[in-house]
Design a protein around this ligand. Sequence first.
Ligand SMILES: *[C@@H]1O[C@H](CO)[C@@H](O)[C@H](O)[C@H]1NC(C)=O
Ligand SMILES: *[C@@H]1O[C@H](CO)[C@@H](O)[C@H](O)[C@H]1NC(C)=O
Ligand SMILES: *[C@@H]1O[C@H](CO)[C@@H](O)[C@H](O)[C@H]1NC(C)=O
Ligand SMILES: *[C@@H]1O[C@H](CO)[C@@H](O)[C@H](O)[C@H]1NC(C)=O
Ligand SMILES: *[C@@H]1O[C@H](CO)[C@@H](O)[C@H](O)[C@H]1NC(C)=O
Ligand SMILES: *[C@@H]1O[C@H](CO)[C@@H](O)[C@H](O)[C@H]1NC(C)=O
Ligand SMILES: *[C@@H]1O[C@H](CO)[C@@H](O)[C@H](O)[C@H]1NC(C)=O
Ligand SMILES: *[C@@H]1O[C@H](CO)[C@@H](O)[C@H](O)[C@H]1NC(C)=O
Ligand SMILES: *[C@@H]1O[C@H](CO)[C@@H](O)[C@H](O)[C@H]1NC(C)=O
Ligand SMILES: *[C@@H]1O[C@H](CO)[C@@H](O)[C@H](O)[C@H]1NC(C)=O
Length: 401
Amino acid sequence: MKILISLIFLKLSLVSDSNKLDVFGGMNHYMKFLEENCEPHCIFPESSLASYNLDLFPTNCSTVCADILIDERSNLSEYQLSHAFQNMKHLIGSLAVMSTDFKSGTFLASLESVECSTKSRLKPPVDIIEPQFMWGDNHNMINLGLVNLTSIGCSNIYFLRNTVRLLNLPNLKNIYNPNAFTNVIKIQIEANLHEDFCITTQEMQTFITTEFASLNCRPCKICENNVNMCNDSLENLLDNCTHVNGNVMIGPENEHLVSKLKIVETIYGSLIIRSTNLTHIAFLENLKHILTFNYSVSIIIENNPQFSNLTFPNLKRIYTNSLLTAIMLNNNSDILSPNFKNCDLIHAQFKYLKTKSISLDENTCEAIQRSANNTLEGKLANHPSLGIMGFLNLIIILGAL
Ligand SMILES: *[C@@H]1O[C@H](CO)[C@@H](O)[C@H](O)[C@H]1NC(C)=O
Ligand SMILES: *[C@@H]1O[C@H](CO)[C@@H](O)[C@H](O)[C@H]1NC(C)=O
Ligand SMILES: *[C@@H]1O[C@H](CO)[C@@H](O)[C@H](O)[C@H]1NC(C)=O
Ligand SMILES: *[C@@H]1O[C@H](CO)[C@@H](O)[C@H](O)[C@H]1NC(C)=O
Ligand SMILES: *[C@@H]1O[C@H](CO)[C@@H](O)[C@H](O)[C@H]1NC(C)=O
Ligand SMILES: *[C@@H]1O[C@H](CO)[C@@H](O)[C@H](O)[C@H]1NC(C)=O
Ligand SMILES: *[C@@H]1O[C@H](CO)[C@@H](O)[C@H](O)[C@H]1NC(C)=O
Ligand SMILES: *[C@@H]1O[C@H](CO)[C@@H](O)[C@H](O)[C@H]1NC(C)=O
Ligand SMILES: *[C@@H]1O[C@H](CO)[C@@H](O)[C@H](O)[C@H]1NC(C)=O
Ligand SMILES: *[C@@H]1O[C@H](CO)[C@@H](O)[C@H](O)[C@H]1NC(C)=O
């Protein structure tokens, strides 16, 4: 038996070694990928773009295969780049504009799509890092200029420490992951330096509706430029307000008005239901997103003795840039006691939330699950004769708690 396992293991490690060779094993794999995607004369095989190799850039091509890295060593002007990129609509490779003193990125205004493609095309040994889309440390930049960009197919998308006020991606509609090795798309929008830096509702909808995206946005603010956005309290809520910018607070004084919330689709702030007689949240029938950018808890449901139904009819995603709690339920109906089943019920609705971000009567669901697991292990250890049927029964018992 042991030998068989070792053999299988050996086989597995051989397979993964040869995969590694495939991935990092030289120029051939890389060139093959590029040739499948671009005309030979549209491939730019250099690892960065600079004054000494600008002449080699395939300026006439609308689809270019290249890893475009422009940084403080490039010695290129915005004017030279505008000329070089004037016909480029589709980039296959990667794009990084780092530590430049450019005022604007409008030299990429004709760009419509970037596809980073898979890890296996990486060109060794220069870029062992994953293919990416990155704008960072451009400390004079006023405008990123990517106004025609509609699609980014990259698993790492970064906007870090730039001085722009807006990302200005009015046409960005599609973000996807071309990398077969991992599902996660990391979108990081961090430490941007303009004091009024904000993200439009349309940009945020694109980020937040991207499958598998892990968004990190700090500090984060939504631009107040949406016609259907309002910041009024429930009492004054207009009947065309689908985006609420601010907290939605429901308490004993306004719980009779909750039906007004049925048109709300997005809350940029927190949902707080406190000290009411409400039993459920079915009135939030169109609420799809709760996005909380001031490091606060996204949903607080507290001191509602009759509140017992945890089903959000239509909520697709809640996001907070806090690393701590996202959902907090305290002191509601006895049915919502801190147990495994209630945690599962909540967690199943929000696949992007970690169980440590959900808290029931001051216990995180991570802790609740851990102790349920320990109890299970403990019982199995103490009663080895329980066997598989005992194990299944235990699961059923725990599930029913
Ligand atoms: C690019 O196109 C221009 C005009 O069509 C042509 O004169 C030039 O030779 C082309 N350059 C390359 C490198 O193909
Ligand atoms: C920068 O580019 C100019 C031409 O655009 C060139 O004359 C100069 O030598 C370059 N400087 C360096 C340090 O490469
Ligand atoms: C951006 O797209 C629009 C509409 O398709 C087009 O008219 C415009 O020329 C494009 N801008 C650039 C700089 O290519
Ligand atoms: C929403 O309603 C208010 C008041 O009736 C009105 O001023 C505003 O223009 C409306 N907005 C939209 C987008 O219809
Ligand atoms: C609410 O929105 C109005 C207009 O959009 C704005 O003038 C006001 O400052 C906002 N109030 C708060 C508290 O954000
Ligand atoms: C909630 O129910 C209690 C008991 O029935 C009642 O006294 C109280 O007025 C109700 N509160 C509201 C806001 O309806
Ligand atoms: C931001 O967080 C504070 C609590 O830390 C809260 O009182 C405030 O209302 C929040 N603002 C918005 C717009 O959500
Ligand atoms: C809980 O609410 C949902 C809709 O919000 C509803 O479909 C479901 O039947 C309710 N469950 C119970 C046990 O009342
Ligand atoms: C829990 O709810 C009950 C009844 O609604 C209330 O009397 C009590 O003060 C609440 N406890 C806390 C800790 O808020
Ligand atoms: C509890 O056990 C389940 C199933 O084995 C596992 O998926 C989960 O990660 C465990 N949770 C903790 C907190 O240990």
